[in-house]
Ligand binder design. Sequence first.
Ligand SMILES: Cc1cc2nc3c(=O)[nH]c(=O)nc-3n(C[C@H](O)[C@H](O)[C@H](O)COP(=O)(O)O)c2cc1C
Length: 155
Amino acid sequence: MRVLVAYGTKMGGTQGLAEMVGSDLEDLGHTVDVLSAEDVKNIDGYEAVILGGALYYFISWHKDARAFVKRHKSALRQRPVWLFSSGPLDDSATEKEIPPIKSVKRAMEQVGARGHVTFGGRLEEKQGNLPVGDWRNPEHVRRWAEQVSAELAAN
Ligand SMILES: Cc1cc2nc3c(=O)[nH]c(=O)nc-3n(C[C@H](O)[C@H](O)[C@H](O)COP(=O)(O)O)c2cc1C
């Protein structure tokens, strides 16, 4: 299936996650484009869409992901869509399922999303009291990509 993986990122961590999702889906037999959400003009050529955004300040999903939803809402409603968020700067996202924040839940409703996952995040340079490190977990991403692929196959 032809799948778009679009992302909204500030510091590149979410782009890396989108690339992991894309390469896992390719391994599973799909044809995938991984693109910055702000560069996507239309989604006509895609049978399914995955959209990821970085989390900031407890209430905010990256603006490019939000704008993507707004811009493509009606087209998104016509195809299977999954959303992902990143990411906690600890192991919590691997250890338990972290539900979408309010604005992401609203985006899910707007596009009729089939599912959502929160992946761990990454911070490369110290900012305030936040820990520096990389909690993006390729196995977590792989498990989720396999679930998405299985649902697409069952479509
Ligand atoms: C100022 C700031 C605020 C953040 N707020 C949150 C937050 O509310 N929830 C969360 O899970 N992660 C939060 N993070 C962690 C980021 O989501 C994480 O670093 C993520 O990987 C960044 O993605 P990006 O590299 O794609 O921009 C915050 C990071 C920074 C620097």
